[in-house]
Design a protein around this ligand. Sequence first.
Ligand SMILES: [Zn+2]
Length: 382
Amino acid sequence: MEIKINEKRLLDTFLTLVRIDSESLHEKDIQCYVAAEMKKRGCQVVVDKIGKKIGSTAQGNIIATLKGTRPGKPFFLSAHLDTVPPGKGIKPIVKKDRVTSDGTTILAGDDKTGVALMLEIAQVLKEQKVAHPTIEFIFTLNEEHGMYGSKNLDYSKIKAKDGLIMDHEELSDLLVRGPEVVDFIVEITGVTAHAGVAPEKGISALEVAAKALSMMKLGRIDKETVCNFGVVSGGQVTNAVMPKLSLLGEARSLSHVKLQKQVKHMKDCFAKAAKQFVKKVDGKTIRPVIDIKTPLRYGALNVPVTAPTVKLALAAAKKYGIKMKPVSSGGGCDANVLCQHGLVAPNLGLGVRNCHTPREYVDLAEYYTASKIVLDILLNYK
Ligand SMILES: [Zn+2]
């Protein structure tokens, strides 16, 4: 007997999930719903307790394990429970070939297509007698706000090494590489002075910043590396030399070596600029002080194209007439974090488009094909 996804039920589950508000850090309702549904499907459900720590209304991430009906290694599937705003009171509209929102909110196809599919797969495996490996279903909190759910997941609870993340757009693009990202938190302290009476006695934090940035390579650095400053704040009045300025930026690269090189270059530019503003005022040397913090936001996603899930995904896609190819992205997701913890999982698209906008929609034909591919991958995992 061929094992089949129930497309109508999958769509109904998706619509139900979409109607449960779950903007980042407000995932309590959806977490309770999904945990209960996975229990009904015969899974052993563990909800960790990281909610409080990360400021969520939910108790925590869900790990639901469906025991295998054949021996072999376990496999995992993962999707996130939260959405970006505006995601309250979503009214999904089912059209002939797609599902949209009413245009006032996002749809939450990102990532409720993944969540719904995980519920459907657990249901299918429960009701249709088929040999399958043990499956660990991982539902994370707060992905959109910096992957704090997956960053705080207890990885000792996950037995699988190989798996699949379902949090991408086009089915034909299998995401296998994503950048490592370093944040730049810069605080420049100058020396204030009356701008009308004695500007020469001050050092403008703004001028120091401008000098540093004018020397800096920004934007597209090379094919794998980009860099940007997106937030600047400082100063209160026009008649004082600006005493303090802060800059927030980031550097990203698919290559760790290139990223380190770019970070060093940026730090060097600030140091060089600071030196140019050292001067003597009333017999005393004054200088700007620059404090730079460069914490790692997340590590790179790097799944070898020889990884079992990649091979299985490409083979399954071929079966269903999809020309799938491994691709890299400039963004980050749970896959980056899981990769840092030794899990090997590409990120598969389930047919969602225009994510994070009110124009978001799910292409139903693509979603159903993706669902078959996901089922095919895990049934063939050995
Ligand atoms: Zn997502």
